[in-house]
Design a protein around this ligand. Structure first.
Ligand code: DC
Length: 230
C-alpha cells in the first residue's frame, strides 16, 4: 500500500474534520486541520487589535506580525487529542468560539496569510501519509493529492451541527445567529479572490446531508483503500 495525501475540502461545519480525523486514525496517518491554522491566526489578530471595530482587518499590521506567529499541533494526553497551539499556548477551545468564527473569513482572505499557511501545510505533506481538511487543499495546497474529497451539506444541516457543538460546550448561542454565520462564511469563502472554496475537478463528491457518520466513514475508508492500493 503506498503512502498518499488525502485532501478533504468543503464548506464550514460540513463534518469534514470529524471524517478526516477518523480516517487518519484508522489508517495511521497524521491529521492536519487547516481551518484551525486560520482560526489561530485570527485569534492572534483579535488579541493584538488587528481587527477593527467594523470587522475589517488591519492587513498591514497583521502581515508585519506573521513572522511572530507560531502554530503547532501537539498531542494533549489529558484530552486524548491533538490540540492547536498558538505561540506555545493551547488555544483549541478558544479558536472554536463564535467570535473567532465571525472574524476568520476576512483574515483567511488576506493573500499573505494564505501564502504563509499554505507553505506550512506543504511542509507537513512532504513525507505524505497525511489527511488534511480545509477549503483549498485539493486545489491549491496539494493539487496533486492522490485522493480528493469534496463534502457537500446544506447550510441548515451545517448550522444545526455547529449549534449543537457550541451548546454542548455550554456556549449561549442561538440557532439563527449560527446559521447567519455559516451563510456569511460560505459567501466570503466562495467569493474571495485568493484561492476561493471550489471543488477540484478530480475530487470525489460526498453529499452528507442524508448519510450517517458510520456510512461516511465506511465510504471514506473504502475509497482510501482503493486508491492507496492502486
Ligand atoms: O473549517 P473551519 O470552519 O474551521 O475553517 C475556518 C475558516 O478558515 C473558514 O471560514 C475559511 C478558512 N479556511 C480557508 O480559507 N482555507 C482552508 N484551507 C481552511 C479554512
Amino acid at each position: 500500500m503506498k503512502k498518499i495525501i488525502v485532501a478533504i475540502d468543503g464548506f464550514s461545519s460540513s463534518g469534514k474534520s470529524t471524517m478526516a480525523k477518523q480516517l487518519a486514525a484508522a489508517v495511521g496517518y497524521a491529521y492536519i486541520d487547516s481551518g484551525a491554522m486560520y482560526r489561530a491566526i485570527t485569534l492572534y489578530a483579535m488579541r493584538h487589535g488587528f481587527i477593527r471595530p467594523d470587522g475589517s482587518v488591519d492587513t498591514a499590521a497583521l502581515c508585519a506580525a506573521l513572522p511572530d506567529i507560531r502554530i503547532e499541533f501537539r498531542y494533549v494526553p489529558e484530552a486524548a487529542a491533538s490540540h492547536t497551539f498558538l505561540n506555545g499556548e493551547d488555544v483549541e477551545r478558544e479558536i472554536r468560539s463564535l467570535e473567532v468564527s465571525s472574524h476568520v473569513s476576512p483574515v483567511a482572505a488576506v493573500p499573505e496569510v494564505r501564502h504563509a499557511l499554505t507553505a506550512m501545510m506543504q511542509q507537513y505533506g512532504e513525507a505524505k501519509g497525511i489527511v488534511m481538511d480545509g477549503r483549498d487543499i485539493g486545489t491549491t495546497v496539494f493539487p496533486a493529492a492522490e485522493m480528493k474529497v469534496f463534502v457537500n451539506a446544506s447550510p441548515e444541516v451545517r448550522a444545526r451541527r455547529r449549534y449543537d457543538e457550541l451548546r454542548a460546550k455550554g456556549d449561549e448561542v442561538d440557532y439563527e445567529q449560527v446559521l447567519a454565520n455559516v451563510q456569511e462564511r460560505d459567501e466570503i469563502d466562495r467569493n474571495r479572490k485568493e484561492s476561493p472554496l471550489r471543488q477540484a475537478p478530480d475530487a470525489l463528491v460526498l453529499d452528507n446531508d442524508n448519510l450517517t457518520r458510520e456510512e461516511q466513514s465506511a465510504w471514506l475508508l473504502d475509497t482510501f483503500r482503493r486508491i492507496a492500493d492502486e
